[in-house]
Write a protein of this length. Structure first.
Length: 429
């Protein structure tokens, strides 16, 4: 007798479901849920993703409609323009959506910026980045989601900062912050569509002379008094050397005898010693330069030659951008205790020394960097050509010298090193 068992309602329902699934292209049931198949422009193969609904005949129709919407978004370029919105709209419970829903805060961008540029940023720039981060944190913006930072937030940050900081300082902080925030607008899947710095109000120029405030060079009499007050013989030479060459502290301490040409009365700046104790090329191409030496410097170096010229050369590592380096043998001109190369660019690592020397010389306090300004101002008062001076200082153009040291420029005069020496009361031997 034939088995004519009548199927149950559940069996009939399941059969109808399977039949409908067979006709629904790129739709299937898995673990009781419906998933659909599609291909993204940035993937090599088709992918399956669950739409999170129970497998029923009615829901198969929903799946088919959803698939049509997905394919339309892909074809129209919506996915390529904003993948995050695509995943959140169509698959809110997917791994991709959960990852993209992660809240990115401003502090995360600072960390990303520092990590990506670890081998590009100088020691001073790393410190500025850290200072900028602290500045933002002091105004409670560091933990704010990047998507909620507005132009108004940035305006308030900048304007309130002017109560305790100079315009030049806030402008520098703003420039760094802008670079960090730009990370959020880059790539195929940006965190934000628009740069919040767009529309930020420009600063009103300070109504006091910033350059006069920052630049306080020593006169020749003040310089003499300062040198007399310095009780460390080696530091006396360093102070005089900086004042009559215009070199930066790190450039001076990186100088080697291989960089000196007595027969041409010149030296070459090839490297700079940073605060991490690393030798690096100067920041700009114009920083690598030939510096003509005044008679006072020639005489000073001949004295120094008796002390360090015969010290054996040491292997030193030169650090370049992009994590590259090379090792060369050099003989530093100025050496620390035990005839060892300096590890810090500062004139003196004892902060009290400099202040004490200024006090004993009867001078108002100013930083040791003013020795570089001293060279520039003395040269201009001796009627040095501004273009020549710009090259000596390592500036790309003479316009900076003119604008920065304008009050020391009396008139242009194409006198060079011999004329300058005569005006300064110095003579070559």
């Amino acid at each position: 007798m034939a088995n004519n068992k009548v199927p149950t309602k559940a069996e009939i329902k399941e059969k109808k479901l399977q039949n409908k699934l067979k006709t629904a292209k790129n739709v299937e049931e898995r673990n009781g849920k419906i998933r659909i198949q599609f291909k993204l422009p940035d993937r090599d193969k088709y992918i399956w993703r669950s739409i999170g609904i129970k497998a029923t005949e009615h829901n198969i129709d929903i799946a088919i409609a959803t698939l049509v919407e997905i394919k339309t978004d892909i074809k129209s370029g919506c996915y390529e323009k904003n993948p995050t919105k695509f995943w959140i709209d169509h698959f809110p419970l997917s791994t991709e959506a959960k990852y993209r829903k992660k809240v990115i805060r401003l502090k995360d961008l600072f960390e990303q910026y520092a990590k990506e540029r670890e081998h590009e940023l100088s020691y001073s720039m790393k410190n500025k980045l850290k200072t900028c981060k602290n500045w933002v944190d002091s105004f409670k913006l560091l933990n704010k989601p990047v998507t909620s930072i507005t132009c108004k937030d940035l305006d308030n940050l900048r304007q309130k900062s002017l109560k305790t900081r100079m315009v030049v300082t806030v402008r520098e902080y703003s420039h760094i912050l802008h670079q960090v925030l730009r990370l959020a607008t880059l790539g195929d899947d940006p965190i934000i569509e628009n740069d919040p710095f767009n529309g930020v109000r420009a600063f009103v120029k300070d109504n006091h002379n910033k350059k006069n405030y920052l630049i306080k060079p020593f006169s020749k009499n003040e310089l003499t008094a300062l040198i007399d007050a310095v009780h460390i013989p080696q530091t006396k030479l360093l102070v005089e050397f900086l004042a009559w060459t215009g070199l930066r502290h790190g450039e001076m301490k990186a100088l080697a005898w291989e960089d000196i040409e007595f027969h041409n009365n010149c030296l070459y700046v090839n490297y700079n010693l940073d605060r991490e104790g690393k030798l690096k090329p100067p920041k700009t191409e114009s920083g690598v330069r030939k510096v003509e030496m005044l008679p006072a410097i020639v005489k000073l170096l001949k004295i120094q030659k008796e002390k360090t010229f015969k010290v054996p050369a040491k292997s030193e590592t030169i650090y370049f951008l992009n994590n590259r380096s090379t090792t060369i043998k050099r003989r530093r001109v100025f050496l620390s205790r035990g005839n060892k190369p300096y590890k810090r660019p500062e004139l003196t690592t004892n902060r009290n020394h400099w202040a004490t020397w200024l006090m004993e010389a009867g001078l108002t306090y100013r930083s040791a960097y003013q020795l570089r300004h001293t060279f520039a101002s003395q040269m201009l008062m001796a009627r040095a050509d501004t273009m020549w001076l710009a090259k000596q200082l390592g500036h790309a153009n003479w316009g900076y010298v003119q604008s920065t040291y304008a009050r020391w420029i009396e008139e242009e005069n194409p006198d060079y090193i011999q004329g300058l020496a005569k005006n300064l009361g110095q003579e070559y031997e």
